[in-house]
Design a protein around this ligand. Sequence first.
Ligand SMILES: N=[N+]=NCCCCNC(=O)[C@@H]1[C@H]2[C@H](O)[C@@H](O)[C@H](O)[C@@H](CO)[C@@H]12
Length: 439
Amino acid sequence: MRLKRSDFPRWFVFGVATSAYQIEGAVNEDGREHSIWDVFSHINGNIKNNENGDIACDHYHRFEEDISIISELGLDSYRFSIAWPRVVKKDGKKNEKGLDFYNRLVDRLLEKDIIPFVTLYHWDLPYYLYEKGGWLSNDIAYYFRDYAALIFEELGDRVKYWITLNEPWCSSHLGYFMGIHAPGHKNLNEAIKVAHNLLRSHGYAVEAFREIVKDGKIGITNVVTKVEPANEREEDYQFALLVDELINGWFHDPIVFGRYPENAKGFLKRFGIKIYENDMKIISNDIDFFGVNYYTRQLIEYSPENPFMYKQIIGKLPKTEMNWEIYPQGLYDMLKKLYFRYKLPLYITENGMAGPDKLENEIVNDDYRIDYLEQHFKMALKAVNDGVDLRGYFIWTLMDNFEWIEGYSKRFGIIYTDYKTQKRYLKESALWLKEFLSN
Ligand SMILES: N=[N+]=NCCCCNC(=O)[C@@H]1[C@H]2[C@H](O)[C@@H](O)[C@H](O)[C@@H](CO)[C@@H]12
């Protein structure tokens, strides 16, 4: 039975998502300062083919065209992020030209009847703050609060949906423990401290938001991975529960319950990791929704010979170009788990896949992406019908863009980006989406 837009409630929002560093380019234009990703991507070996976001999709100059495509597809909303280095200069003063770009972007969206959903931080920390300690410094929360307040003042009259942070798990664990994201540190103690300062920063921004944007809604977006035992063994089950707390609960519980998950805390303490509990009152300032970025599941197996006594197993389901299993059931499971545990409205703020997309005669036949999206749409609808207060779904992503350490080798877009010409081509999935949204 073919899924139709009218199967969803009328108020359900369909959107598409991007982030500043992945699409804007113009990294040295109009006084933009450098971010930790500008520095990290220019260090040889960090990014596949030593690529970087210097030009990306040149969205800084092509945003009108890109918004026209969003409008042409019939999407309700567009989620994008503000580049902190573009709007606050090293001396702390605001960068008028940077703010002007986002004002024009928002105004264009509103002209086209597209609801702006703004992410304040999607990983591009100003490098001048990193030099002062960055997310490791207690003071970062006050810098973030001041940056957030500036943006709320600037755009809050027209933007009513806000996300403080995108995926603090990635910023802390990939950036400070695994070292594969900027700034490339490999220290679990640092990662846990960074996670705490990210949550503190989130809390201070929410406090500022309540004073400045009285009629707005604010939340935080976490990547939510379904964690399952690799086998039916009790130990696998126990470690799956633990990993679920470490990667999911760690970034949700403090915001709703004002405390970190117990098992994960005990587990980290046994490895000598210092746990921070200050500012839990600020961290647990009420929010209006959780953003859910869903991609796949993780299979966990008890493995005593490993330092953390477990290991991740690669499952047997069909995979995307990122080698992530395609597992729509996990989306449904996690939407139910999040909603019934935290009782907060949810938006799927990212879901999508990297595919082997080839442009031939100006066509990209990505029927695998149509199937992926339809399967995940169905799981979202199932969750809504089962009582989950799910209010929208944003596809990751609008157009192929800079996929972090994968550079431009991975294509997640429903629009194909030809980086040589900067031409945009609607993939079959975009044409399918347009048809889906039209009925
Ligand atoms: N096992 N396992 N894997 C699942 C863990 C995925 C972690 N990466 C993300 O969530 C990033 C998120 C980011 O917001 C966006 O900027 C990225 O472009 C997408 C695609 O990569 C996703």
